[in-house]
Ligand binder design. Sequence first.
Ligand SMILES: [Cu+2]
Length: 159
Amino acid sequence: MISRTTIPDRCAHSALIPLLAACVCFPMACGEGGAPPPSSGSESAAPAASTDPEGVVVDIDLDEYNILMNAVMPAGRVTLALANRGFEEHNLLFVVLESDSTVWETERRLSPGERRTVTLDLEAGKYRAVCDFSGHEGRGMLVEFSVEEKTPTGAGPDR
Ligand SMILES: [Cu+2]
């Protein structure tokens, strides 16, 4: 019968506290006494935004009478961070320019000061964002934007 110990106890001990030391406990560190190096700083504090399962977050602010948002957003899964910064109620629709068809709209109006996040999938193309409350579009709550595929290669202006 073989009764050899195959796992160094001191390393196994360190592995029991992964929340504190797992990311810095290399085998060499264990061999030196198990004390984690003091370099476990703040680098790991910030989550990687690009791997967010909800996709890219796009801020859209509504007020009187503007829709403030980027002119370009990536295709695919995006999370809209809507904020009504005005003193009136507003809503928001996305309309495909080419077909003039509404592809998305807020389920209910946003009250003054309200924030809401909505996740949706958008196909590449040209869109118009509109608040369709009476008179708001005509006063300026209308903005065109484009949804573009995330292509790391060949990035650049058309043609
Ligand atoms: Cu409005």
